[in-house]
Design a protein around this ligand. Structure first.
Ligand SMILES: NC(=O)c1ccc[n+]([C@@H]2O[C@H](COP(=O)([O-])OP(=O)(O)OC[C@H]3O[C@@H](n4cnc5c(N)ncnc54)[C@H](OP(=O)(O)O)[C@@H]3O)[C@@H](O)[C@H]2O)c1
Length: 348
């Protein structure tokens, strides 16, 4: 039986994973919804220049111009992968999936930030929402030309809305796994298996609580480096760490996030995740890398501010946990971003 996968948002990350999941010989067919790269991809497919798998071309099973276009195909999707930038202050991307999701469709989010699953879980309460976090570094260097710089790792776990994610244990322990419908667990594990078959050997399955901790752990990196890079005037990650004051600030943000994430979920970070010290050490070696938020800011694009800072601060506040470093960065960047938008509008 064929597994049909639709990727909505076939940019750097969406196209990279789409190209690994597309396995016609194994009965897995991947289609994509493109936007500005539609004409190129429709004509020639994607050109993949990857560090992990070499150079190859990838022709999706179908290339759609829009979600509406995909709807009119009347195809049934086993998985719909959303790999747009998560910008809830600009658009509710869950709305794009109306008419595409059936009760057996799993919705997979490959995006940074926290609190990104909620709009999908609310709109499609019966569906399996799979939360994933990637450390892959990739860019679309020109329309349809994807460059993967390094890493492939993908952490994968089903999402349980907070009301469902209380412990099933009758004891007061908060460490037992929440209830996950067997069909959702099956769909999540099957996705990991297809990733492995496609060469993403380090794709890993996590239970729903662990997955949220993994997400907060990744947030520790994104929220520490991305906003700081913009606020400090445009430095790359390794350069920021060479400045003692910035290093203290970045370390403080990471500690704040680990504290908030573990307080929210009542569990310590999984042991195999890198410590803050290890993250700082490996970042020191990654000279020249500019965080995506800085690149977005420099090119006048919207930043993933709400999911990287705003949601974290708000979610922590529901448990009485304060995040003063993150809140300050959020307030400053939100204002900076708003002022720039107003200036742009006044010039029109
Ligand atoms: N790139 C990385 O190395 C990396 C690493 C880890 C995590 N991430 C995370 O992965 C997510 C995706 O990032 P990315 O770097 O892949 O972004 P990207 O290259 O900008 O790709 C996003 C794609 O989504 C498309 N899109 C946006 N809205 C759409 C819509 N309404 N309909 C159809 N297509 C739409 C964009 O089209 P347009 O080109 O027309 O805007 C673009 O092709 C983000 O949350 C990011 O933080 C990225």
């Amino acid at each position: 039986m064929t597994t049909n996968i639709l990727v909505v948002g076939a940019g750097a990350i969406g196209a990279f994973y789409a190209s690994r999941l597309h396995q016609p010989d194994n009965g897995v067919l991947v289609s994509v919804v493109c936007r500005s790269n539609y004409d190129v991809v429709q004509k020639d497919g994607f050109t993949m220049e990857t560090r992990s798998f070499g150079e190859y071309s990838f022709r999706p099973a179908n290339v759609f111009r829009s979600p509406e276009n995909a709807k009119s195909s009347k195809m049934q999707w086993d998985y719909i992968i959303v790999a747009t930038k998560a910008l809830p202050d600009h658009s509710d991307d869950s709305a794009m999936l109306e008419g595409l999701v059936t009760p057996t469709t799993s919705i997979v989010l490959i995006q940074n930030g926290v609190g990104i699953e909620e709009p999908y879980a609310k709109r499609f309460p019966q569906s399996c929402v799979i939360s994933t976090v990637t450390v892959t570094s990739a860019a679309q260097v020109s329309q349809g030309h994807i460059k993967q710089h390094r890493w492939t790792r993908l952490e994968v776990g089903a999402y349980l809305a907070p009301s469902n994610s209380t412990s099933t244990s009758t004891s007061n322990s908060s460490s037992s796994a929440p209830t996950l419908p067997p069909a959702h667990e099956f769909a999540t594990k099957k996705l990991v298996e297809i990733m492995h078959q496609g060469g993403i050997k380090d794709a890993e399955y996590w239970d729903p609580v662990e997955m949220q901790l993994v997400r907060w752990h990744k947030l520790g990196i994104n929220a520490a480096f991305n906003p700081s890079a913009v606020l400090c005037g445009g430095m790359g990650n390794a350069d920021m760490l060479r400045d003692p004051e910035l290093r203290t600030h970045i370390t403080g943000v990471m500690r704040e996030i680990v504290h908030a994430g573990t307080a929210l979920h009542g569990r310590a970070m999984p042991e195999k995740l890198a410590t803050i010290e290890a993250i700082l050490k490996s970042t020191e070696r990654n000279a020249g890398a500019k965080p995506s938020m800085l690149l977005d800011w420099e090119s006048g694009k919207a930043m993933e501010l709400e999911v990287i800072l705003g949601n974290a601060v708000r979610m922590a506040a529901t448990k009485g946990v304060e995040m003063p470093r993150c809140q300050s960065m959020y307030a400053l960047l939100r204002s900076q971003s708003r002022l720039r938008e107003e200036k742009k509008k006044s010039k029109l």
